[in-house]
Design a binder for this molecule. Structure first.
Ligand code: HEC
Length: 206
């Protein structure tokens, strides 16, 4: 597949275009892709003892149960999207991204990388307030603020009760902080430097 990539870059240079040609054939696109089976069910990491008050134990355990059921780790754990989750760094973010525009349209799709949601203050959500974390989960408001979080199914989490979100937040604060920074998001039309997967259903026109 390197050949197509080089060819497209060469065309871009020859015509002085800033972007690579968007007209990649389905065969080119398919040659670029491997079929993988994502890991969708996985254990959530255990809480670290002493990170919460003993009277909150039930709440934190409920948070763990919900994070497991809601499949947060399936995106936010490195390798899970391609079927090989790194359980040592569970919830610490994924170096495999998720495309959010059509593979057929832009030549190269926009890609987001599920961030680190362990309590590391630098690379995770350790310095986020409870409200910021709750808003990310229920309203899709991310660290960039200006646009809604893409590809994470926050619409499906919007109806979580305050108590349930509180449980999730307390649980996320109780797991081991892992230092891991995920790649920056990639805008549509730009070639991503780190791998990504496509989700989605494409409807035939007839
Ligand atoms: C289908 C994949 C997917 C699932 C499932 C998912 N997320 Fe996300 N999440 C993402 C992506 C991708 C982003 C960043 C998107 C963006 O910046 O546009 C994100 C962003 C976040 C953020 C904001 C963090 C930051 O640094 O910007 C939090 C907090 C978060 N998710 C928590 C959760 C929790 C808790 C769950 C489970 C209840 C969950 N996510 C389930 C993919 C997912």
């Amino acid at each position: 597949m390197k050949r197509t990539g080089l060819l497209i870059i060469a065309l871009g240079l020859a015509c002085g275009c800033a972007a690579e040609s968007p007209n990649r054939s389905p065969a080119d696109l398919l040659a670029d892709l491997d079929e993988v089976e994502a890991t969708t069910v996985m254990d959530a990491p255990s809480s670290v003892p002493g990170t919460y008050a003993p009277e909150n134990r039930d709440l934190v355990e409920r948070g763990e149960y919900m994070v497991e059921l809601l499949g947060c780790g399936a995106c936010h754990t490195n390798g899970a999207l391609v079927g090989d989750p790194d359980m040592e760094r569970s919830l610490a973010g994924s170096d495999t991204g998720i495309a959010y525009t059509s593979p057929m349209g832009d030549g190269h799709p926009g890609v987001v990388y599920p961030p680190n949601i362990t309590p590391d203050p630098e690379t995770g959500i350790g310095d986020w307030s409870d409200r910021q974390i709750a808003n990310a989960i229920r309203a899709g408001i991310g660290r960039h603020g200006s646009r809604r979080i893409t590809t994470m199914p926050w619409q499906g989490y919007a109806r979580l009760s305050d108590d349930d979100v509180d449980a999730i937040v307390r649980y996320l604060r109780s797991v081991r902080p892992v230092v891991h920074r995920v790649p920056d998001a990639v805008v549509p039309g730009t070639r991503a430097q780190a791998p990504f997967v496509y989700f989605g259903v494409y409807r035939s026109k007839n």
